[in-house]
Design a binder for this molecule. Structure first.
Ligand code: ADP
Ligand code: MG
Length: 533
């Protein structure tokens, strides 16, 4: 369909051309191919494309080409929703500017000492990349002037509006001379964006990369049919089996992300959550851990994960079927990036099938079903992992002294094969320790937010199941034999509850209650996550 457009078709300056080459870009991405010529022609553009499709360079390249380095005034401003993104965009710009050292770019965002930004602004910068809040700060202090700005970019415009930046954005746009180029980039195109466009753009050109092109071909997609209450077990098996380096798990709400994060951590995985209501410093900490690999599993909501740029994510799990098709595409776009392969698995409960069919229809993909992994699947893939390591170790050499030990030990009725088998068994048991059923006795449930000496549990039953405190006390006391008065604080919410039990009984309560019911509902018991709701 498309005769492929090359960067050389854009008549770029030699310096930018070289930078693009240094960055390893071989050809423009579809959104770049569409947007760059329009921006170069001076048009106002509103562009929609999935995350990870190269939108930054789509505006970065033509915006940089417009800058006059001899005039040390702010000539372009990029607004984006978060500090994380401001830094990422500034980095991409710096790379594009590698051979244009006279053009300066400055990210400004909350949380950074304002003095440093003041000094940089005073020395004269050409391009400012900032969050609307901090940009407003500087405008109010009159430390940033926009009267020479000729280009404004709203990046991740949908998210900025979701985050309540609309008034700030409108105020900022009013401070920029009318005679300017206004560009908007967004992953989705809800109505408020069109309103901003109508108000602040002149004869805008709309470009969009369609779903079919959006789908990441390197991502292997499948779904698993699973009941709500089996989701957690299935999830853990998948992770054990695939043994991914980095996984992102998507939940539809902040509540669910928080709850799941606690449960997954309680099972011994290095997981953390990312949702829209977190402070920037918390987000930075979590993302930093994920990049470094100290956090292997990121449990995220759609809004929170938007715009985050981490390569090497090898598995995405949709713990909940996303509410709309675009979310599905964004989510799976988190893996299979930069030519690497990735897996995307969607959990589908019986009531989700309509939604799944809708997603396949609009995203123009066939998503095959995969069987629920069994215990033996997990064991098999563990064996495979062990043997890979064994082979690598043999190849690396240096085993002579160990060979000698084995030869000495293998005498009489013990063969070397027996020894190998026993070592394999030990190795496999070691690997399963973390995720195996909780043994009874003292178990560390981690920080559950309980009072001292207590463990707080989450129960998947609540007011809507007509559950009252006496039902919870009755069920636990009746099933486990611990006295009702030993049971601590109980909190009942609409669809779930919390109960605290003494630490010494916690493992027993957990092991027994996970197979019992309260008011005919499975208890769904899990250790609660650290924060008190
Ligand atoms: P978006 O803003 O659409 O989410 P980004 O601009 O963050 O996407 O780009 C995602 C990644 O793709 C970045 O690492 C970027 O350097 C890289 N990239 C951008 N354009 C190209 C290209 N034409 N070829 C190869 N990689 C590219
Ligand atoms: Mg972006």
């Amino acid at each position: 369909m498309n005769t492929r457009i090359q960067f050389s078709d854009f008549a770029l300056s030699r310096e930018i051309g070289k930078a693009i080459e240094d960055m390893g870009f071989e050809e423009p991405s579809p959104i770049q191919a569409l947007a760059i010529p329009l921006i170069q022609a001076g048009r106002d553009v509103t562009a929609q494309a999935q995350t990870g499709t190269g939108k930054t360079a789509a505006f970065g390249i033509p915006v940089i080409e417009k800058i006059d380095p001899t005039r040390r005034v702010v000539q372009a401003i990029v607004l984006c929703p978060t500090r994380e993104l401001a830094i990422q965009i500034a980095e991409e710009f710096s790379n594009l500017l590698a051979h244009l050292p006279r053009i300066t770019v400055l990210p400004i965002y909350g949380g950074q000492p304002i003095e440093r930004q003041l000094r940089a602004l005073q020395s004269g910068v050409h391009i400012v990349i900032g969050t609307p809040g901090r940009v407003m700060d500087h405008l109010n202090r009159r430390t940033l002037r926009l009267d020479e700005v000729t280009t404004v970019v709203l990046d991740e415009a949908d998210q900025m509006l979701d985050m309540g930046f609309r008034d700030d954005i409108e105020l900022i746009l009013r401070k920029v001379p009318q005679k300017r180029q206004t560009l908007m980039f967004s992953a989705t195109m809800p109505k408020p964006i069109l309103e901003i466009s109508q108000k602040f753009q002149t004869k805008p050109e709309f470009v969009r990369v369609e779903y079919a092109e959006l789908t990441v071909p390197q991502t292997e997609q499948s779904y698993i049919e699973v009941r709500e209450r089996d989701k957690l077990d299935t999830l853990c098996r998948l992770i054990d089996m695939a043994d991914p380096n980095l996984t992102i798990i998507f939940c539809n709400t902040k509540r669910r992300a928080e709850e799941l994060s606690g449960k997954v951590r309680a099972r011994g995985y290095r997981a953390d959550e990312l949702h829209g209501d977190m402070k920037q410093s918390q987000r930075d900490r979590v993302m930093g851990g994920f990049r470094k690999g100290t956090i292997e599993i990121l449990i995220a909501t759609d809004v929170a994960a938007r715009g985050i740029d981490v390569d090497d994510v090898d598995m995405v799990i949709n713990f909940d079927v996303p509410q709309d098709v675009e979310y599905y595409i964004h989510r799976i776009g988190r893996t299979g990036r930069a030519g690497k392969s990735g897996k995307a698995i969607t959990f589908v409960t019986p009531k989700d099938f309509t939604k799944l069919r809708e997603i396949m229809h609009y995203a123009k993909v066939q998503i095959p079903r995969m069987p629920v992994p069994s215990e033996s699947d997990v064991a098999q893939s563990k064996t495979r992992v062990v043997f890979e390591q064994v082979r690598e170790t043999i190849q690396a050499g240096g085993l002579e002294q160990f060979v000698r030990i084995i030869e000495t030990e293998a005498e009489g009725d013990i063969s070397t094969v027996d020894i190998a088998a026993a070592l394999l068994k030990l190795q496999m048991e070691m690997g399963t320790e973390l995720t195996a059923e909780k043994p009874s006795g003292e178990v560390d449930f981690g920080e559950t937010g309980a009072e001292h000496g207590m463990v707080r549990f989450f129960l998947g039953v609540g007011r809507m199941h007509k559950v009252a405190p006496k039902d919870i006390v009755g069920a636990i006391a009746g099933e486990t034999g611990i006295p009702g008065k030993a049971i601590g604080a109980i909190r009942i919410l609409d669809s779930y509850s919390f109960v605290e039990v003494p630490k010494e009984n916690a493992a027993e309560v957990y092991n027994i209650m996970k197979d019992r019911t309260i008011r005919n509902q499975p208890t769904g018991i899990e250790p609660a996550s650290g924060k008190r709701a």
